[in-house]
Structure formats: structure tokens, C-alpha cells
Design a protein around this ligand. Structure first.
Ligand code: GUN
Length: 281
């Protein structure tokens, strides 16, 4: 079988170009507030990439940084003032936050209409209900967009989601369920993962296990979306999927890098523009 490689980078660029054209027409530019706590290396890189991408499409991004020793109250006070500032359209709290802070309380504090990450309980509830008002978390939203780009009808397919985080696994499962897939969620305590994967028409993997998924794990013609960001034995960036190995067995696969990653950023920008438009309508 010829495996199609889904080029997330090109699709994301096309989406960003569309957003840029829309934002160009606006008199007042959208503003995204980004909160970064501590000095987690990957988080600092993600935040820098998000800010650069925002600027490129014409979204102004404001960065608020705190050291690890910040108190819960100080972060909550910032969120309250950003909620009240009508010039701020989106608020993003970069995760993870230091363990002594209560991330759930902070996420719940963000005005759900400014919650461009879709992590507020109200948005999670809307997603669960299949309500269009939901703001959908950027990574699963991007994955669904990639699946739709394949042109394959999703209805009735067996989808396996590996990972149950609030950032990827849980919202991903709900989105696929809303597309009429039959969804299985696997996680670190799941037994016989290979049996589940053999039966899957779609696999979305977000477990961070370098090159775990091999061709023997797959049903012929499965669509494989790799959300993992890992390092292989030689320190090279790779995903949860052994990319070279599944070529010829999968019908579609996303590479790492240039697969899901660029889509996450594009969807964050789209969520920010959508928040802006809703606030102004
Ligand atoms: N950390 C890892 N992914 C994400 C994301 O999509 N949003 C936020 N806020 N933090 C993250």
C-alpha cells in the first residue's frame, strides 16, 4: 500500500494565511495574553513559537511571566485583571504550572469566552454535549482538521486514542465520538494495547513513547496521527510512531516534526480570532 504522508506544516501555513487575510481587514487587532510560570524548557520554546506565529498573522500577544515562587493568589489576580480588560480577547495559561499551584482552579478562573485553549470546564462541557459554543483545545482540533483533510469518511470507524490528558486525549476522544467514530481511550494502565491498535481504523497517539507503534500493531490501511514529541536513541526528534516502519501499512501518517505541531499553533490562532469575533458581535 502507498502511505500518504499528511503534511501538517503546509496545511497549517494555508490556515495561517487565511487568518492573516481576515485579521488584516480588522480595524482593532485581536490581543492574546500568554501566562508563563517558571522556566520549563519546552514551555518556553512553545510560548515563543506561539507568540511569533500570533504576530505573523496580526494578533498582538502580551507575555506575562512569573518565577516558580509566585503564589496562587498572584496568578489569580492577574487572570482577574485580564478577564476585566476588554482589550484582551484571549488568555492562555501555559501548562504545566509548578506543582504547588492548583492548575484546575487557575484554568477555571479564566473567563470561558477568553479561554482560547478550551480547558475551562464550561468549554469541556459544551464539547461533551456537541454544542457549537465549545472552544476546542488546539491540538485535538488540529488533529481532527488533519483527519478531515484525508477525505476519508469518519462515521463508524474504530478510533483508538492513546493518552487521556485534558490537553489531548480526553477532548480528542470526545471530538471523534461527535464524528460518530467508535472510540477507545488507552492509557498507561491499559492492557493489550496491541490488540486494540490492530482493530483501529484511526490511531491518535499522544503518550510520548518514542517509536512505540510499529507496523505489526496496525490494521492494514489505518490512519495514524502522531501527537508524540520524543527523542530516539540518537537524540533525534521523533514521535510515538516508528514512521519509517509503518510506511506501506498505514494509509496515512503524520510525520514528527511537521505533522500535528504546526496545526496546534494554527488552531490556537484560529481560536483567538473566533474569541475576538464573538466578543465583538
Ligand atoms: N502545554 C502543552 N500543550 C499545551 C497547550 O496546548 N496549551 C497550553 N496552555 N499548555 C500546553
Amino acid at each position: 500500500m502507498h502511505t500518504k504522508i499528511i503534511n501538517g506544516k503546509d496545511i497549517a501555513l494555508r490556515i495561517r494565511q487565511g487568518l492573516k487575510e481576515e485579521i488584516n481587514k480588522l480595524k482593532v487587532k485581536p490581543i492574546l495574553a500568554v501566562i508563563l510560570i517558571g522556566h520549563d524548557g519546552p514551555s518556553e520554546i512553545y510560548v515563543r513559537n506561539k507568540q511569533r506565529a500570533a504576530q505573523e498573522v496580526g494578533i498582538e500577544s502580551k507575555l506575562y511571566t512569573f518565577d516558580e515562587d509566585v503564589t496562587q493568589q498572584e496568578v489569580e489576580n492577574l487572570i482577574t485583571s485580564l478577564n476585566q480588560d476588554s482589550s484582551v480577547n484571549g488568555i492562555l495559561l501555559q501548562l504545566p504550572v509548578p506543582a504547588k499551584l492548583n492548575a484546575q482552579v487557575l484554568l477555571e478562573k479564566i473567563d470561558s469566552k477568553k479561554d482560547v485553549d478550551g480547558f475551562h470546564p464550561l468549554n469541556i462541557g459544551y464539547l461533551q454535549n456537541g454544542d457549537k459554543k465549545a472552544v476546542i483545545a488546539a491540538t485535538p482540533k488540529g488533529v481532527l482538521r488533519l483527519l478531515k483533510e484525508t477525505g476519508v469518511a469518519l462515521k463508524g470507524l474504530n478510533a483508538l486514542v492513546i493518552g487521556r490528558s485534558i490537553i489531548v486525549g480526553k477532548p480528542m476522544a470526545m471530538l471523534l465520538l461527535n464524528e460518530d467514530c467508535t472510540v477507545t481511550i488507552a492509557h498507561s494502565a491499559t492492557k493489550n494495547l496491541q490488540n486494540l491498535s490492530k482493530n483501529a481504523d484511526i490511531i491518535v497517539s499522544a503518550c510520548g513513547c518514542a517509536k512505540m507503534i510499529k507496523k505489526e500493531w496496525l490494521k492494514d490501511g489505518a490512519i495514524i496521527i502522531d501527537v508524540g514529541i520524543c527523542r530516539d536513541e540518537s537524540g533525534k526528534l521523533c514521535g510515538d510512531v516508528d514512521f519509517e516502519d509503518v510506511l506501506g501499512t498505514a494509509s496515512h501518517v503524520t510525520p514528527v516534526p511537521n505533522g500535528v505541531g504546526p496545526m496546534t499553533i494554527a488552531m490556537l490562532l484560529e481560536n483567538t480570532l473566533e474569541a475576538y469575533l464573538k466578543q465583538r458581535s
